[in-house]
Design a protein around this ligand. Structure first.
Ligand code: AMP
Ligand code: GLY
Length: 446
């Protein structure tokens, strides 16, 4: 039996804990530090998620058989190295392998070396180099701060002055701190985005259902980039043939390149893809489960998910441990009213408990807190409302019906998550409400 400690405190960790707790082979799920909402589903233990000695002490005290690391910060800080050195099984890459996310330029070099389809790019450490690089690409320009930074580190703009101002902000004004000490300028890719997550032991891997993330703050893909306003899975744009291509041309050669470099990648390799006319190309790698993709994907993962992760950690992953559930899931983020520009808290969400009675709904908490018997918004992304349905449209309607039943103030959602793109057949998407189809996916969520 597994005793699993999940590290992190967001909606992704709530979804992971929720899914692991449903696994018959899991005896106990602990989350450090977790949050007030997660505390309803798992035991939360206060801890600094980067404090390796403290996490190791919890793992030993609780006789944990596997630590699953949620966010990139602790991985970049070497939490997985430290736990492995103590003989503790951990799902998540070592610090060196986390470079696939912590440096966009390192990732680009690994992709180039391994022949992985991605946007052409150039790195620049000075404003003059960066401006020269802009000249090498046509508009719209894509400029990225190289390292890890909370918040917006990518600018996509057809306004040359904006691109130059972003470069100056990164390289001269220290925006993003060390993360902006180098910028990457790359070719703009057009197409639909998709997120593919591979759970891997460094060599073997299993792909989770492909997902679609909505990064922009406002309906119609307007507004600033955010941590993600919602997601759905599976993404129909990722056909079986495309998935096979991603496995063959992106995931397998990336893992091989990491092994060759002596930094094998164990954990979740997340590929943010652009589905271009010339095939799938990598926009970015993450070295962990995507957020909010995980909230939409977990309800669709059937089988022994804990065994899959434990196998990956032990270097003997069994891709057959999990299967895909039928139907679709849609996740909509409830965010602080002013997110992302002024993500401050103060709002209240009323009615979340009532949703728990519906077995096709789940609420995954991120930036909420329980105060005086109410769910208050601490800031940023507060909670994710996830609905499952026989089809994406059924799940979408169920999610928005649930949101319509909520009250309170100081929060908002995007209204167009999982709405089919404009075109033939798009009309039905705007009907909603009482006529929503009843979900008939796989087994019960409970
Ligand atoms: P990233 O943080 O690298 O995922 O970038 C954030 C968002 O910027 C992506 O989800 C894309 O929407 C956009 N983006 C990044 N790189 C490119 C590119 N080369 N071409 C077009 N859009 C991009
Ligand atoms: N949804 C994108 C990410 O997790 O970074």
């Amino acid at each position: 039996m597994h005793r699993i400690l999940v590290i992190g405190s967001g909606g992704r960790e709530h979804a992971l804990a929720w899914r692991l707790a449903r696994d018959p082979s899991v005896e106990r799920v602990l989350v450090a530090p977790g949050n007030d909402g997660i505390a309803g589903a798992a035991t939360c233990i206060p801890a600094d998620e980067r404090d390796a000695p403290a996490i190791a002490a919890i793992a030993r005290r609780e006789r944990v058989t596997l630590v699953v690391v949620g966010p990139e910060g602790p991985l970049a800080a070497g939490l997985a190295n430290a736990l492995r050195a103590e003989g503790i099984a951990v799902f998540g890459p070592d610090r060196a392998a986390a470079a696939l996310e912590t440096s966009k330029w390192a990732a680009k070099q690994i992709m180039t070396e391994a022949g992985i389809p991605t946007a052409r790019g150039r790195a620049a450490g000075t404003v003059a180099e960066a401006i020269a690089a802009l000249d090498a690409f046509p508009a719209p320009w894509v400029v990225k701060a190289d390292g890890l930074a909370a918040g917006k580190v990518v600018l996509v703009s057809s306004v040359r002055a904006e691109a130059e101002a972003f470069i100056r902000a990164c390289l001269e004004h220290g925006r993003f701190g060390v993360a902006g000490g180098r910028v990457v300028i790359e070719e703009h890719l057009a197409g639909e985005e998709a997120s593919v997550m591979a759970v891997t032991d460094g060599e073997r891997f299993a792909l989770l259902p492909p997902a679609r993330d909505y990064k922009r703050a406002r309906d119609g893909d307007h507004g600033a980039n955010t941590g993600g306003m919602g997601a759905y899975a599976p993404s129909e744009a990722v056909t079986q043939a495309l998935e096979d291509e991603v496995a063959r041309a992106i995931v397998a050669p990336t893992l091989a390149a990491m092994r060759r470099r002596g930094t094998p990648f164990r954990g979740t390799l997340y590929a943010g893809l652009m589905l271009t006319a010339a095939g799938a190309k990598v926009i970015e790698f993450n070295v962990r489960f995507g957020d909010p993709e995980t909230e939409a994907v977990m309800p669709l993962v059937e089988g022994a998910f804990a065994d899959l992760l434990a196998g990956a950690a032990a270097g003997r992953l069994d891709p057959g441990a999990v299967a895909r559930g039928r139907g679709a899931a849609v996740s909509v983020a409830i965010v602080a009213e002013g997110y992302p520009e002024s993500p401050g808290g103060g709002g209240v969400i009323v009615g979340l408990e009532a949703l728990a009675a519906d077995e096709d709904l789940a609420v995954f908490h991120a930036g909420t807190a329980r105060e005086n018997g109410r769910w208050v918004v601490r800031g940023g992304r507060a909670a994710h409302i996830v609905a499952r349905g026989a089809t994406r449209e059924a799940a979408r309607r169920r999610a928005y019906q649930a949101i319509a039943s909520l009250g309170g103030s100081g929060w908002r959602v995007r209204g167009d998550i999982a709405v089919p793109a404009a075109g033939p057949g798009a009309g039905g998407a705007s009907r909603g409400g009482a006529a929503a189809a009843t979900a008939t996916g796989g087994g019960s969520w409970r």
